[in-house]
Design a protein around this ligand. Sequence first.
Ligand code: HEM
Length: 511
Amino acid sequence: MLRNVPSPPASGLLSGHAAQLTTLKRHRVEQEHVSMLKSPVIRYRSYWDHRLWLGDPKLLQDIFQAERDGLVEKPEFPPFHKGQELNVFSEKTNHPLWRIVRKSVAQAFQANNMRRYHGHVVNVVGRLIDAVKAEGPDSAIDVSDIAQRESFDVIGMVGFGKDFQASRNIHNDAGQTFRLVGSFLVEAVKRNGNPLRQYSQSPDAVQGRLDFERINSIMNGLIEDNQAPGWLEENPHSIAGHILNLNDHKGKPLSRARLIQEYFIFFIAGSETTGHTIAWTLYFLAQHPQAMAKLEAELDAAGLLVTPERPQARAFTFADISKLRYLDCIIKEAMRLQPVAAMPLQRVAVQDFKLSNGLVVPAGVTIDLAQYTVMQDKSWGWKDGASFIPERWEEPDMEFHHIGSASGTDSSASEHPTLASDDLEIDAAQGGANKTRRYNPFGGGIRNCLGQQLARMNVPTAVAMFVANFHLQLTQEDASKSLEQLEALRGTLQPEAGIHMYCTERGKREE
Ligand code: HEM
């Protein structure tokens, strides 16, 4: 079916077992396999599906370009229930409604809006810090649990004007709503593996359906709140404001069923991803005292670190995000090593087209984009790519793999992401003739992460404020585990059973 594509060797790890590529260990093995083959392209077949696995940054960019040109598209993600409406994440790229929703909601994430809403993030992190302080220094805190509470509340407040209060008290029942997101994702992964599960009467599957109905009803209530007189006029810049104000490609407002899915996807796509990113970053910091000391020094110099001499550090501001350069390096490195979107992104060829290496991809072939491999493999210039070295980001242009010796700066590359001119693509810098992007934690092309500006504001704020207030020490049990033992790939790359730390307040006299 595919022309010019090397087949995997007979003993190839992928032959015939592509459908089992669901655990991270497999991804790591894939990576070795690719280095071994010296080929970033693998062709395989999963039942009836002809697939292509690409682990080369240039080929990834080819696909993103092909998507801009309408030659490939993100396929429709199967709905949870038959007849259920899709949303901006699950709709295929060439559907007109995807374009309309994306263009409209992208405005909610523009920099001026992020500045406007930054106070919500500071308030949510602040109350979470108070809740952790109340636990005392001897309680082991699951930072992955509290970080998800934080990011869930941030999306509720920034996007929809609703305080779900999951972060006010880290044991409270209000957290149930945020837990529904996690259980939905687990159920969705199970459904993906077994489409017949939606008809199953097993208690687990029935609970999955009940949770889904409950989520729908919570989102329905949120829509009603947002449609109450005056709300939209006061919050036209929010995610809800943009969704409620748009008309579809037939000039009609979105149906209630579609609105529910459009609302829910922002909690699904935004809270686990952001929460796990915060948790992995704190994990790396706790494991690397030198990096922690450098960050402490940076926060101290900025007047943000709590110390015995400065028990009331100044409040974290939006402007701090771009000033704290080492914090930025730490987060980038954590996202390179533990990208929460670690599963290959998927696209489908809608017509025959040619990649830059001459390979012809026929229509109908599914393409897996292995951005995870591209962010670590030494073939793409990552020195000591499996190690946590935040300092590598002090070098300019680290996002790019330089081809040949050329290393000039690319005029299309921007450090501070903006909306591209067509308002579809966020952070459009793809490289140039001599270099190609090799760092894609937020995906790439016109389907890249719609909420990345919010994540880029939330993650540094949460990490900086947390470190400024606490000394962090992993429990002995978690410190003794390897990353492979700690992690699980369940839709996102997440801690399997949490990441537990003792959080001791800074600023006490005995320091
Ligand atoms: C660190 C945090 C985050 C990471 C690593 C992340 C990663 C990603 C990636 C890789 C994609 C592309 C998927 C693909 O191409 O198939 C994506 C899409 C998306 N993300 Fe994020 N995300 C994060 C946070 C957020 C937040 C905070 C929101 C919103 C509140 C959000 C909303 C979305 C949406 C709506 C899409 C689908 C966009 C489309 O298909 O047009 N994400 N994200």
